[in-house]
Each structure stands twice: as structure tokens, then as C-alpha cells.
Design a protein around this ligand. Structure first.
Ligand SMILES: O=C(O)C(=O)C[C@]1(C(=O)O)C=C[C@@H](O)C=C1
Length: 288
């Protein structure tokens, strides 16, 4: 079994992939789209990619590529605690730092810290936190620091100059597992927290109160929505569809009922996945 993940070594996506797949060969890819393309090309059986962060919101690249380019079923989800650290080459001091490199989400999660501690440092975005740590390792001559995790510090022999620099506690990111085969997979390692179905709903045009009716279809069935978000259809200004996460699986009688009702209203409905969700967050079970 082969599993693609957003690499290189030391990314949070690697942590998520290892948490789910105790066996199998994990293969790092440079970008989120190339992870998905590898599944489509049958180079790998699964891909693990980030989808949502508690501080920054959706990972739009994942959602958009999934919707517009590579419609692979989501077969599992995992939430991971995100602790960001500032990593430097051991031969450097913090006073020499004039540039911070990392994934855009990681930099955004640490804005306040960067503003206070390194107000004059330049930022450079990289494909992942792991790629940023690797870049710092490969350039000991530069005054640069990477925002990345403890695993990256170990993988690239970097020194943790500041730990836990994310601006809000309970920082966490959800990742999804994609496969060509839509059958949900059950994992035995991480803690199972919930089952979820992700729908993409396109409203009929010129239908006043359409969104209200869509939400009613869930509400009268007492189905709990855990997220609703609009994304551009990319067909013109003001054209959006809705991504809706609902608790429960498609094999429950209620969700197929909603789908039929929405279709009867003239909505387009696509099921992006119906799958179990897990957590690698410490004490998550107690917090729920
Ligand atoms: O760069 C990584 O380490 C990733 O796995 C990507 C990613 C993201 O896309 O949000 C995942 C978790 C963190 O929120 C920061 C970056």
C-alpha cells in the first residue's frame, strides 16, 4: 500500500498520515495537487492532504483542486494538534534572523508572534513547513528561520529558538484521505470522533430563499451541520456553491432523504465523501 502526502519529511501532513496508516509506504510529494494526481494516476493508493485549520480556515488549494480538477472521494479524516516552533540553524543566533520562511497557513497562525518579535523580518512562502525547514538546513549561511514542527527540527537538525509560537491555543488542522475507491476506511490507531458527510450544493439561479430551503431540509430532520462555506464556482463574479459538512453517514436514511429533497428543489448535489473522522489531539475525547 502506498500513501502520498504533502512532503518533504517533517510536515504536519506526515504526522497525520503516520497517525492513520500504521502500515504502508509513505511517499512525500512537493504539492497538494501532485498528491492528488498521484492517486488518479494509480501511482499510490491514497493521498493525505490538509483541508481546514482552526485559525486560518479552509485550505482553499485542497478544496478547489478537489472540486474542479481531481474529484476523488474522501474516505477518511483526521485532526492533528498543531504546535508551531521557530527553527534556526544551530550555528545562528536569533539576532541574525532577517527572513522567516514557511507555509502561508503556518505564517498566518503566528502573525502576532512575528509582529512582536521579528517586526522587520521578511516572509517567504514555501510549499510546506517541512520544505521551509529543509531550506533553512540547506542555507546555513543565511539569516533565516523556519516555522515548522518538532519533527522537522529533528529531521533537519535545527535548533528550536522559540517554541509554541502560534497565536491561539487549541490550534489544530484537519486532513482528509483521498482514494479512487469511495469506500470509507476504518483506522485502528487514532481515536474515532465522528462520522461525517461532505456535500457540495449548487443553488438554482433566480430562486429567492433557496439557501433557506436548503438549510430547512437539514433542520427538520434534526441533522447537525458542522460547517457551511461558500466557494466560487469560477464561472463568473458572484457565482458560488456551498460546501456543507453534516454529521452522519450517507447510509443513514436521513442524508439520502436530504439529497433527494435538495434535488427536487432544483439544486445540484455532489457527495464529496462520507467517512469516519479521527483525532490525534491529546485529550480530544475529554473535550467533546
Ligand atoms: O506545511 C505543512 O506542514 C502542512 O502539512 C500543511 C499545513 C496546511 O496546509 O495548513 C498543515 C498544517 C498546518 O496548519 C500548516 C500547514
Amino acid at each position: 500500500m502506498k500513501i502520498a502526502y504533502l512532503g518533504p519529511r517533517g510536515t504536519f501532513t506526515e504526522v497525520a498520515a503516520r497517525g492513520m496508516f500504521e502500515q504502508g509506504e509513505l511517499i512525500p510529494f512537493r504539492t497538494i495537487p501532485t498528491c492528488m494526481d498521484a492517486v488518479e494516476a494509480s501511482e499510490v493508493d491514497f493521498a493525505v492532504v490538509p483541508i481546514e485549520n482552526a485559525i486560518e480556515g479552509s485550505v482553499n488549494l485542497t478544496l478547489d483542486y478537489l472540486i474542479h480538477k481531481q474529484r476523488l472521494p474522501i474516505v477518511g479524516g483526521i485532526t492533528v494538534a498543531i504546535e508551531q516552533h521557530l527553527l534556526i540553524n544551530p550555528n545562528k543566533g536569533t539576532k541574525e534572523i532577517n527572513k522567516i520562511v514557511s507555509h502561508p497557513h503556518a505564517i498566518a497562525q503566528c502573525h502576532e508572534f512575528l509582529q512582536k518579535q521579528y517586526p522587520n523580518a521578511e516572509w517567504e512562502y514555501m510549499n510546506s513547513t517541512g520544505a521551509a525547514a529543509q531550506f533553512v538546513k540547506e542555507h546555513p549561511e543565511l539569516g533565516i528561520a523556519a516555522i515548522a514542527n518538532e519533527g522537522a527540527a529533528k529531521a533537519y537538525d535545527l535548533h528550536i529558538a522559540h517554541s509554541n509560537i502560534h497565536d491561539f491555543p487549541n490550534n489544530r488542522t484537519s486532513f482528509v484521505v483521498l482514494s479512487k475507491n469511495a469506500e470509507a476506511i476504518r483506522f485502528s490507531g487514532p481515536l474515532h470522533t465522528e462520522d461525517k458527510t461532505m456535500l457540495m450544493v449548487t443553488l438554482p439561479s433566480d430562486f429567492s430563499g433557496a439557501l433557506h430551503q436548503v438549510l430547512s431540509a437539514f433542520a427538520w430532520r434534526k441533522l447537525n451541520l458542522t460547517k457551511i462555506e461558500s466557494r466560487p464556482t469560477k464561472t463568473g463574479l458572484g457565482n458560488y456553491f456551498f460546501i456543507i459538512d453534516v454529521e452522519g453517514l450517507m447510509d443513514d436514511v436521513l442524508i439520502p432523504g436530504v439529497v433527494s429533497e435538495l434535488q427536487a428543489l432544483g439544486c445540484g448535489v455532489d457527495i464529496l465523501g462520507s467517512y469516519p473522522c479521527y483525532t490525534l489531539v491529546k485529550n480530544e475525547a475529554k473535550m467533546r
